[in-house]
Design a binder for this molecule. Structure first.
Ligand code: NA7
Length: 292
């Protein structure tokens, strides 16, 4: 298929690479010029989108999606009837509905396709896509999902993918924070972190989040797989959606405060696992495993 891929950050670069590998004809654009082997680099979102069957976005936040779609030299200038826009950025469900309404006036379908699987999943083409949109449009995107991921979950019409993604990240943030608090208290009480991880993994406390994050934490590798600033964005999006829906989320509100301080302390571009650094500082300990 002819695909315009816009946004080549940690996730987007790997995803566009997998589209090229699967044999799709890919035009790319990134705000800061970047290359993807085998893809044609365009000078603007409008230029990349010209003649594309599908425009795929993967940029940081709601404002970025709005400017790539509707800003000067935005995708809107190149929209043609029958095109499908697929957005893998995690953004506001309410804004998603507004963007979809605007492009539908030109006969263009809009599917929200946020994903989960982190950098490793993007690189290995094993992402899970959490999809909202018209069934036929989703059907059309299937070869592209298959090139970048291992499964799609259609959660309903446009916007439902973003809503489901937010509640997924709400859980990741809370589960990781539980793990980080456990490690911190364990360190203070003299329990070895690696030993504790073995115990967790053998018990009902085990989780995919701990399984994925523990090796990084034990190596004290806080380089970004999913940057802390982006997890805070998602926490804020979830709290915003909760406010609109008149739902109270006290756990997530508290975790947001931890993220705010972590960002003040300069950890924005580290992985979100680096909230541990703050807990360690407050407790006056450093988490250590036998391997560390
Ligand atoms: P990164 O690695 O922080 O990449 C963000 C991308 O978004 C990167 O290509 C940025 O371009 C681009 N960006 C940011 N702001 C803008 C604006 N205003 N206009 C155009 N492009 C912009 O994030 P990830 O790849 O980890 O994640 C991407 C999304 O998936 C995000 O929503 C996550 O929550 C899930 P740059 O290279 O900085 O010029």
């Amino acid at each position: 298929m002819r695909v315009a891929f816009l946004g080549l950050g940690i996730m987007g670069h790997a995803m566009a690479t997998n589209l090229v590998k699967a044999g799709h004809e890919v035009a790319i654009w990134n705000r800061t010029p970047k290359e993807v082997e085998g893809a044609r680099a365009a000078a603007s979102p409008a230029e990349a989108a010209q003649g594309a069957e599908v425009v795929w976005l993967c940029v940081s936040d709601t404002a970025a999606v709005e400017s790539v779609l509707f800003g000067s030299d935005g995708v809107e200038q190149s929209l043609t009837e029958g095109m499908v826009i697929s957005d893998s950025s995690t953004i506001s469900p309410t804004a998603t509905l507004k963007f979809a309404e605007r492009v539908r006036r030109k006969g263009v379908e809009y599917v929200d396709s946020p994903m989960t699987g982190s950098k490793a999943g993007a690189e290995s083409g094993t992402l899970l896509f959490i999809v909202g949109g018209d069934e036929q449009a989703v059907e059309k995107l299937k070869p592209l999902y298959a090139a970048m991921g291992k499964k799609i979950f259609r959660m309903g019409e446009t916007g439902k993918g973003q809503s489901a993604k937010l509640v997924m990240n709400l859980q990741i943030a809370l589960i990781y924070e539980g793990f980080a608090e456990a490690l911190t208290l364990a360190a203070k009480l003299g329990v070895d972190a690696e030993n504790l991880v073995h115990l967790i993994n053998a018990s009902m406390v085990k989780s995919g989040v701990v399984e994925y994050k523990a090796p990084f934490v034990l190596r004290r590798d806080f380089s970004p797989n999913f940057p802390l600033r982006l997890m805070r964005k998602d926490i804020r999006l979830a709290l915003e959606a909760a406010k609109e829906a008149r739902v109270k989320l006290p756990g997530l509100e508290t975790v947001e405060e931890v993220y705010d301080v972590a960002i003040e302390e300069g950890h924005a571009d580290l992985d979100y696992a680096a909230t541990l650094l703050l807990l360690e500082k407050w407790a006056g300990v450093e988490v250590k495993g036998e391997a560390a």
